[in-house]
Design a protein. Structure first.
Length: 204
């Protein structure tokens, strides 16, 4: 089980290796003040959907450069479905942002956007300042081992640490993505086999 003590061990290693800014950033994510910020976050999540971040990041940057210069995302992104969705969201950003702000159920609204699904809606909500966890593959593996779900796992650690639920999610996801905690090994064999600071440090 990922106890408070174990979470603090993860946090300590990550802070020691320069990840403290990530925690502070997650603790202070503001709600978007402008339609452009709302649309940019949606574009970011669409680009990252189904891709590793290191692959998606340059695609996202190319899309934003194109959009802000009045060029279609289809000119720089070879995925026709995603590029079309990005163009539509950017073109309708003012109305979409106004609707988002007025929505009684913003999560349901985010799920209605093209190429934003049940899981990615939580990713987008987090980036828009909502205090939620994204049940992605890493977090779901951790939760299954602990006989719970992503939301309950992060909510428990949030109560114990004082961090936002979204911050707990960010720390655990980054620990898994960067190799400090192997989520597959954790689900199958538990903490002792999965938590490996030496492997993590050798990759930095």
């Amino acid at each position: 089980m990922i106890t408070l003590k174990r979470f603090r061990r993860i946090e300590a290693v990550m802070r020691a290796e320069g990840y403290g800014h990530m925690i502070e950033w997650s603790e202070a994510i503001p709600r978007p003040a402008h339609a452009e910020t709302f649309a940019e976050q949606a574009v970011y999540v669409i680009c990252n959907s189904g891709m590793m971040n290191r692959v998606a990041e340059p695609i996202f940057n190319r899309c934003m450069a194109a959009l802000t210069n009045g060029i279609s995302a289809t000119a720089v992104f070879g995925h026709p479905g995603k590029a079309k969705a990005i163009d539509w969201i950017w073109g309708e950003r003012e109305q979409l942002f106004a609707t988002y702000l007025a929505e009684a159920d913003p999560m349901n609204f985010l799920r209605s956007l093209p190429w934003i699904g049940g899981v990615t809606s939580f990713h987008l909500a987090k980036n828009l300042g909502a205090d939620v966890a994204k049940p992605d593959v890493h977090l779901e593996r951790l939760a299954r081992r602990d006989r719970t779900d992503t939301h309950k796992l992060c909510a428990r650690l949030s109560r114990q640490t004082g961090y936002r639920i979204a911050t707990i999610d960010t720390v655990l996801w980054r620990a898994c993505a960067d190799g400090l905690l192997d989520s597959t090994t954790y689900e199958q064999h538990g903490w002792k086999a999965a938590f490996n600071p030496k492997r993590f440090l050798s990759r930095i």
